[in-house]
Design a protein around this ligand. Structure first.
Ligand code: DLL
Length: 433
């Protein structure tokens, strides 16, 4: 039977949910207008006042907030509450430009943890469960968010944080962890390491995993489910909006329910900013309607996505988003062709490889080059050059049919590509453009 953490909200009829969003949006716009001079100036520049926003139907009139705004207003310029009312910050690593610093009141943290508790309950978590949180703790939102959610559900929480793989496996086994939370690439690595230690899925009590913070394919899900003997569920979120738990997967495992009582989602054309019709693929934009300390309106995530409004068999009424297909800023343009790393991953996994790969893009004599370095798994390892050549050619053909591009493929020995305990680094773009 499907379990919910907050059933009255998670299964609320859509007309009631819309009325709740209308009410919260109007209040939030007023809050931002009164307390965030930076955004008020943007509204004034567009000739908009809070009186123009009567509900969700008027959302499109509001200006966007982008990463560039976050940079301009860094660090305190987008706060909706005085520092004296804030109790925490979280932050991104800042690999793509200036780091993002987000602020929370105690109320913000409480609602964020509710969202994570919904995700844990959706994968079957109860107070009987032992939940091992192997996302990084600290500035990264993964550890703190799921830790809080796990407490709310009443699970015994093991805050291992990331890293120290043998100890992770030791805890899973000794303390009988039933739910594992980490990045999908780290989950795959734990599976690999277990194999090396001579352990299989039957040696551990895990039943479910909550994996997110980076893109992962459906093929990778199957792989992880098999090696760890669990059901693997996706979870999505971003620091700017709180962290993990903006959306999460249910038993249907085919898309993540957006917590629409807190976040209104839109899909826009990333080029024109135009709102696209229901079902279109485009850039995901979120408006947070309950956050006090860092209330972002129409925040452009740069994640490329599609929304699905069809009723879900799990009984939740909140709209589902698909796995993000990539980021508009992660999308590589190679010889004029749009390439998402997830497309490359699909080809590799379909050919029996694990998701241990690197994509290297360069420019030689004014022409873009694409090289994919892929690890052989230990089962398929060979040093027979003829066999390696044949397998490389198979992958080249697979990539050509997926991307319409010629790529160079280099097979490398198992374990020769460096592993990450958090988000995997898979793209090396050497072009100076
Ligand atoms: O990654 C929050 C998080 C922690 C989500 C733990 C899930 C689990 P940031 O570091 O700010 O926050 O990165 C946000 O990561 O815009 C997406 O591009 C990407 N991302 C997050 N979850 C997923 C996912 C956390 N399930 C950025 N699938 C987002 C694909 C994801 N990409």
């Amino acid at each position: 039977m499907e379990r919910y953490y907050q059933p009255e909200i998670e299964t609320m009829p859509r007309d009631q949910l819309r009325a709740l969003q209308d009410e919260r949006l109007v209040k939030q716009v007023k809050h931002v207008w009164d307390n965030v001079p930076y955004y008020r100036a943007k509204m004034e520049a567009k000739g908009i006042t809070p009186d123009d926003i009567k509900g969700v139907a008027d959302l499109h009139k509001l200006p966007f907030v982008t990463k560039a705004d976050l940079r301009d207003a860094y660090p305190y310029g987008l706060m909706g509450k005085p520092l004296s009312e804030c109790v925490r910050i979280q932050s991104t690593s800042g690999t793509t430009g200036k780091r993002v610093v987000a602020f929370y009141t105690q109320h913000d943290i409480d609602l964020w943890e509710d969202c994570c508790a919904r995700a844990i309950t959706a994968v079957g978590g109860t107070k009987e469960d032992v939940c091992q949180v192997s996302y990084g703790y600290g500035l990264f939102t993964g550890g703190p968010g799921l830790n809080g959610g796990s407490h709310k559900v009443g699970c015994l929480t093991i805050p291992t944080s990331s890293g120290n793989t043998e100890r992770q496996i030791g805890f899973i086994k000794d303390l009988s962890s039933t739910i594992l939370c980490c990045t999908p690439s780290y989950a795959a690595y734990l599976g690999e390491s277990m194999k090396e230690m001579g352990m299989g899925p039957d040696d551990i009590p895990l039943k479910a995993g909550i994996f997110g913070a980076e893109a992962w394919s459906e093929e990778m899900r199957q792989d992880i489910q098999k090696t760890l003997g669990i059901k693997a569920y996706d979870i999505y979120g971003l620091t700017e909006l709180s962290g993990p738990g903006v959306s999460f997967e249910c038993s249907a495992q085919n898309g993540m329910h957006i917590n629409e009582d807190h976040f209104i989602a839109e899909i826009i054309d990333p080029e024109t900013g135009e709102v696209l019709p229901e079902g279109s693929k485009g850039e995901l934009v979120f408006t947070s309607i309950t956050k006090e300390a860092f209330p972002l309106l129409r925040y452009r995530t740069r994640d490329i996505c599609q929304l699905n409004y069809e009723p879900c068999p799990c009984g939740r009424t909140h709209v589902k988003m698909c796995k993000p297909m990539g980021r508009s800023d992660d999308m590589l343009i190679i010889r004029g062709v749009n390439v998402f790393p997830s497309q490359i991953e699909t080809v590799l996994l379909n050919h029996g490889y694990a998701a241990n790969y690197q994509i290297i893009v360069d420019r030689v004599k004014n022409t873009d080059t694409l090289e994919v370095r892929v690890e052989m798994t230990s089962e398929m390892f060979t040093d027979n050059l003829g066999e390696i050549d044949k397998r490389q050619k198979d992958l080249v053909a697979g990539l050509r049919s997926m991307l319409g591009l010629a790529a160079k493929v280099t097979l490398v020995a198992p374990k020769s590509i460096v592993r990450s305990e958090g988000k995997a680094v898979r793209i090396i773009d050497k072009r100076k453009i």
